[in-house]
Design a protein around this ligand. Structure first.
Ligand code: SF4
Ligand code: SF4
Length: 398
């Protein structure tokens, strides 16, 4: 991984990012670090890159890119055997997911108990404080293999062709949302493929395991490039996977195939908005969704655009209230005690905003926000595509 310029040397001190997170009061020189290096406080939201006028893409020289410097420093420390991250299991979420779905009945029963949490923390480093998502016995990819031939006969592709990138967490924890995605796309006559993909590599990258991240990127490029060469769009179910595939993958594996795949990646809400603009939804909405608190998370903001809120505002009968804020859940699941502690206040404020909104439905494409709200607010949580599916009520795909 190429070295990045140290932000403390190239930052122009404009202070536009000063209130974003606990990193900047230290980085900008006002507050002393309480022992930990400032980069340990970063929880990888990417918002400073979206905010900074000197970030990559701005044309500034030198560029300021705090998140990349943080990843580079972590990788260096992990390589030197000095990483504070109990990140190894997290770096291989495909393995964790396979084991989790195999052991789903046991994990779902014993995992949430006090003894179960202690065991998970001591064996695989899964932090006790992070809500434990439910594992599904039948992950999405297994369901899709059963229906894909029937689905192919049913769709002509007048709405285009896409290759779905479910992502490792959604595959085992949110197969219902992914099935909704298939039903919505099938109803809009979009031809759909779901090849054998690996985790996008983001978890490995954030844990400092750069070689694992590279292996995943190369494996996914081999599979996805065939589809991209046929003009298909790569559709990510979660913004975090979209960010990894679009922004980080071509940086750590800078070959032409990876760059071409990156150029074809879109979030699912971007694809549905395009279909909306092409009037493919005309007359298809039958049930008004009502009041929704729609989260525009940090990964969506970092990628630009309106996020899922813009899509849902176009659904007749949806009363959308936006929550544009990072939930800071990443630090918790990463198992890094320093970042988890530094971001505790931000998580608390996020959850308080959700609770005090009085909403009956929280909508997000962020895994961390979904699990935090489920665990602490007891409010039903949906992925944006589930709202679209309910509003359309398309024929089920079996
Ligand atoms: S926590 Fe977010 S805003 Fe703060 S340094 Fe890290 S990526 Fe930037
Ligand atoms: S916005 Fe960029 S240049 Fe301005 S203080 Fe923050 S990191 Fe430095």
């Amino acid at each position: 991984m190429p070295a990045d310029p140290d932000p403390s040397a190239v930052c122009r001190r404009c202070r536009l990012c000063a209130d974003l997170c606990p990193v900047f009061p230290i980085l900008l020189g006002g507050e002393p670090s309480a022992g930990a290096p400032w980069e340990d406080l970063c929880y990888d939201c990417g918002l400073c890159r979206a905010q900074c006028p000197y970030a990559p893409g701005s044309g500034a020289d030198p560029e300021v890119d705090v998140p990349r410097f943080v990843l580079w420093r972590r990788a260096q420390r992990v390589e030197a055997g000095r990483g504070p991250w109990g990140g190894r299991p997290r770096a291989n979420p495909d393995l964790l997911a396979a084991a989790g779905s195999l052991l789903a009945p046991v994990l779902n029963r014993i995992g949430p108990t006090r003894a179960g949490r202690r065991l998970l923390e001591e064996t695989i480093g899964f932090p006790r404080e992070a809500p434990l998502p439910r594992f599904q016995r039948r992950p999405f990819d297994r369901w899709f293999r059963k229906i894909e031939k029937r689905l192919a006969k049913r769709t002509q592709g007048t709405g285009g062709g896409v290759v779905l990138f479910p992502g490792c967490t959604a595959n085992v924890h949110d197969p219902g949302g992914l099935r909704s995605t298939v039903e919505v796309l099938a109803a809009l006559d979009v031809r759909l493929a779901v090849p054998d993909e690996r985790c996008c590599g983001l978890h490995a990258l954030e844990a400092g395991a750069i070689e694992t991240a590279r292996e995943n990127v190369r494996a996914n490029t081999r599979v996805l490039h065939r589809h991209v060469a046929r003009g298909e769009t790569v559709v990510a179910y979660r913004a975090e996977c979209a960010g990894m595939l679009r922004e980080e993958a071509p940086r750590i594996v800078p070959d032409s195939a990876t760059r071409e795949v990156a150029g074809a990646v879109r979030r699912i809400d971007e694809v549905l908005e395009r279909l909306h603009r092409e009037d493919r939804f005309d007359g298809r909405f039958r049930h008004p969704p009502g009041r929704l608190l729609v989260h525009v998370g940090c990964r969506q903001t970092a990628l630009g655009g309106d996020g899922a809120a813009g899509l849902l505002e176009g659904v007749p009968g949806a009363r959308v209230e936006r929550l544009e804020r990072c939930c800071a859940g990443n630090a918790l699941w990463r198992g890094d005690a320093t970042a988890a502690e530094a971001s505790r206040g931000q998580r608390a404020r996020f959850l308080e905003t959700v609770r005090s909104s009085g909403t009956e439905r929280f909508v997000t494409d962020c895994f961390y926000a979904a699990e935090l709200v489920r665990a602490h607010c007891r409010i039903p949580v949906s992925h944006p595509v589930e709202i679209v599916r309910e509003a359309m009520d398309p024929p089920p795909v079996r």
